[in-house]
Design a protein around this ligand. Structure first.
Ligand SMILES: C[S@@+](CC[C@H](N)C(=O)[O-])C[C@H]1O[C@@H](n2cnc3c(N)ncnc32)[C@H](O)[C@@H]1O
Length: 182
């Protein structure tokens, strides 16, 4: 993975998203999303082999990054990649293993659009209420995979969402938590 501020070799594997190279949407997120908070807990929702976690944890050494995925192979790769890069501030775990009391200063995600709209909505409504009051989520979504309707839906749910940038068919959405969240 070669970014402007970070160049590291990461292991991937077949059966895990973007096994052959850094996904274009993930690269756009990592190139254009704001610098992560320098402390607190940060969520990488749907970590895959861990490129977002590794970049965020490298950029915020004093933050604790929670890398969650439902794919155990992905979690194993994320753990291996964190160790390979020498990062100790990543916890790769299944969603249900994240302690209930953990709240997130930020969420970064290339979300699992492929699971379908209803399931995606459930996943987002599971995690967005756990943002700190002044926290934000940064999601990269392809325009032709519904980024604009997702923006509208999130805003209707009480999470004001705006397009931070648009790059070659991908949008980075910034999702804010409001006092109406749980
Ligand atoms: C688009 S991929 C992104 C992977 C990685 N973050 C990247 O950028 O290469 C989405 C990931 O979400 C995971 N996923 C699917 N359903 C999930 C769920 N309910 N909770 C957490 N992760 C999920 C998939 O296994 C997949 O690894």
């Amino acid at each position: 993975m070669a970014l402007a501020d970070l160049s590291v070799e990461l292991d991937t594997d077949s059966g895990v998203f973007a096994a052959d190279r850094l996904d274009r949407g993930t690269r756009i997120l990592l190139d254009h999303a704001p610098t992560p908070p320098q402390s607190g807990d940060i969520l990488d929702l749907g970590c895959g082999y861990g490129p977002i976690s590794v970049a965020v944890a490298s950029r915020s050494h004093h933050a604790q990054v929670w890398a969650v995925d439902v794919n155990n192979r992905a979690l194993g790769l994320t753990r291996d990649n964190a160790a390979r890069v020498g990062l100790t501030n990543i916890t790769a775990t299944r969603p249900e293993e994240v302690p209930d009391e953990v709240r997130f200063a930020a969420i970064y995600s290339n979300p699992p659009i492929h699971i379908g709209k209803a399931a995606l909505h459930d996943v987002l409504l599971r995690w967005l209420p756990r943002l700190d009051a002044d926290g934000a989520a940064y999601l990269v979504v392809q325009k032709n995979l519904g980024s604009d309707s997702l923006t509208k839906w999130l805003t209707e749910q009480g999470y004001p969402t705006e397009r931070l940038t648009s790059q070659v068919g991908y949008r980075i959405l910034q999702v804010r938590r409001t006092s109406t969240g749980v």
